[in-house]
Ligand binder design. Structure first.
Ligand code: F6R
Length: 247
């Protein structure tokens, strides 16, 4: 295993350090394919990337992107869809050509065909240069909940009740959280050349410990990272609490 673990004093430093990893990738290869994530964890990192381009330090005009996931049934018209999230926090603020940004289509009538289309999109880009990940309380990466095998490509998943509860904070009520999502599989994620996981807050401390130091098992999807040859994990002190106690 090759995991480089960076523990920062707070979320601000985490965001800057993680943005630095992505910035280095884009500087080395201006037409990189970035695998992107949504959720609260990467918001600060996206703000840093926007700031770097505004300061003339970075150029996203040739970058291509593929996102991890999208809720089934939601699209650009819904403010909690992941396409809306990406436009608000990143795409509408940088020079990326939005024709080169890709997410699964939550409105696809034929989900099986959409899954195949999305795998083909990733293949057509020659794979992902760096995949950004958050981690769910269940240990999910993308929306791959416990029990998923590590070799799957894009697929349609039922969200875990714990994930529905965690994501209810973004919706009017828990009942409004979609029950299904289209997600890159763990197999797709593992094929990225480099992985970058970010996590903050004490609520993630136990699952981060289990993902990085526990047994490699489908019961903790993020434990698959231990099998990848190039992983950077950036977490704040709060998320490192259990690692500090037990290692
Ligand atoms: C988001 C995604 C999820 C989140 C995870 C953590 O595209 O695939 O795996 O990264 O649920 O979410 P936050 O950052 O909101 O705690």
């Amino acid at each position: 295993m090759s995991i480089k673990l960076i523990i920062t004093k707070d979320y601000e430093e985490l965001s800057a350090r993680a943005a630095g990893v992505i910035a280095r990738q884009v500087k080395e290869k201006p037409n990189s394919t970035l695998g992107l994530a949504t959720g609260s964890s990467p918001i600060g990192l996206y703000d840093c990337l926007v700031g770097m381009e505004q300061a003339g330090e970075l150029d996203f005009s040739q970058v291509r992107s593929v996102n991890l996931d999208e809720y089934v049934g939601l699209g650009a018209e819904h403010d909690q869809s992941y396409i809306s999230f990406m436009k608000e926090h990143l795409f509408d603020r940088i020079s990326i050509d939005q024709n080169n940004t890709h997410l699964p289509d939550g409105h696809a009538a034929d989900l099986d065909a959409e899954v195949r289309r999305y795998d083909a999109v990733i293949d057509s880009m020659g794979g992902i240069d760096i995949q950004l990940l958050g981690i769910g309380h269940t240990g999910h990466i993308g929306f791959n909940e416990p029990g998923e095998c590590f070799t799957k490509g894009t697929n349609v998943v039922e969200l875990d009740p714990m994930t529905i509860e965690a994501n209810a904070r973004f919706f009017a009520s828990e009942a409004d959280v979609p029950r299904r999502a289209i997600t890159m599989g763990i197999g797709s994620i593992m094929q990225a050349k480099k992985l970058l996981l970010v996590a903050n807050g004490e609520g993630k401390a136990e699952i981060v410990y289990r993902a990085l130091f526990g047994p490699i098992t489908p019961a903790v999807p993020a434990s698959a990272l231990q099998l990848h040859q190039d992983v950077v994990v950036v977490i704040d002190e709060a998320a490192a609490k259990v690692i500090r106690e037990r290692t």
